[in-house]
Design a protein around this ligand. Sequence first.
Ligand SMILES: O=C(O)CCC(=O)C(=O)O
Ligand SMILES: [Fe+2]
Length: 299
Amino acid sequence: MTLAPVKSPSLDSGLTLDVSPVAGALGAEVRGLDPDGLDEQVAAALRDALDTHLVLFLPGLNPSVKQLRDIGALFGELEVHPYIDKVDDDTPEVCVLDTSATPKADIWHTDVTYSEHPPIAALLHMAQCPPAGGDTMWINCYEVHESLSAPMQAFLAGLTCIHDDGKQGSLRAEHPVVRVHPGTGRRSLYVNKQHGRRVPQLSRPESQALLGFLYRWQEQVKFSCRWRWSPGDVALWDERVTLHSIVDDIGDDDDTRILHRVTVLGDAPRPPAGAPSWDRQRSDKTAASGYYGLAGFEF
Ligand SMILES: O=C(O)CCC(=O)C(=O)O
Ligand SMILES: [Fe+2]
């Protein structure tokens, strides 16, 4: 997909949003947003920009906690996380992510795909930024799907993948391997190696080989964009059609990296219309399963 270099939807309110791509595959900077001037027109312009660019960056916006929540609410109902720390009690939708203190998400993933209704979008505000390192990267999963051959696309359209939370599979969900975005109608590949475990229509070794191939294929740099954070930046992405990962290269262990985070609640991923439906494998206890079922893909 080739993206227009600059897009500037002019709103009736007189506000102009300048939307300018940051990479060939996905991602755009948005300038001109007034976090106190959010209305339906601004919402429509942002949603349109998000549908086109998949990740939006609002450089130096430095929103208040309430403003961050209100920008998130333009995209849908917000999550109130049961236990992650909140910035303050008045805005339970805004969590604190201290990536200097907690394990970093330095693996390509899509958030919470072990849920039946994974999030549709997420926002991060860089509240305390390290001087260097700790960039975040995203991948365009439409492009990943489009890069596959027609027979491979046809094969994948009829498959599902079982995702779990990695804790003995206590939370798990089954989703189509190819999903259709309800807004754009486009197909994207929907597997990620943090949570994806098994394609139940295939034997265990077949599933292992296929997922291993897809994970390697989708992680190519050409499908990605990378954001070097500055203090106050906000990133907002469509969880349905992207993967992301922090780059875990913060130079000094004493550097603090604190983000404020908002999650937009999701829907059930939808498979392509008319995709074939295959039975599950009756038994996956093949002779080879002991060998191929090793390590992270074991389910
Ligand atoms: O720390 C980051 O840059 C990304 C964290 C992350 O994976 C998330 O907020 O979902
Ligand atoms: Fe994440």
